[in-house]
Design a protein around this ligand. Sequence first.
Ligand SMILES: [Mg+2]
Length: 185
Amino acid sequence: MPGLRLGIDLDGVVADFTKGWMNFYNQEFGTELKVEDSVSWNGLTELTHFKSMGEFWRWASDLDGRSIFWHLDTFPGAVEALHDLASEGHHIAILTTKPEFAVHDTFEWLAKHELPTTEVHILEDKWRVDCDVYLDDSPIVLPRLILHRGDRTVCRFVRPWNSPVDGAIDVEGFADFQQVVSGLA
Ligand SMILES: [Mg+2]
């Protein structure tokens, strides 16, 4: 069987967005936020002094001259897992939602971390990109993938800020995800 098209999200899946913004926030505002404190989607207005996400994004658009996304670390093992999947013949399509100010930083980030991809989509409606398997952590994106791509495999990357979605397969990490993919291939 030929390789599968894998639609892979970045933030919360490959890129550690929570740790990234918290590091900057703690340094600048003298707080001691921890990754475990992040338990709800867009819940950072409750954790920070920012009154709106708009206010947060204005701050996050310029941290040491780059947007927050440029600074993010990868989760341990994530990039290696993508390389394994690619070397097994699967096609990695990156599907990521980003503010407009972060588009070029996102391409730089993908290059800097040498993600094994030749296909990058920066968009909100991820379901528009036809993939065999989707991997995402967003409680907004996952139901839409199920709705529009119900005949494909949709994987929820289990995080404290999401909950089970009817029709999605729960994966606790990339080892789980690789098992789901090899089960299909
Ligand atoms: Mg995400």
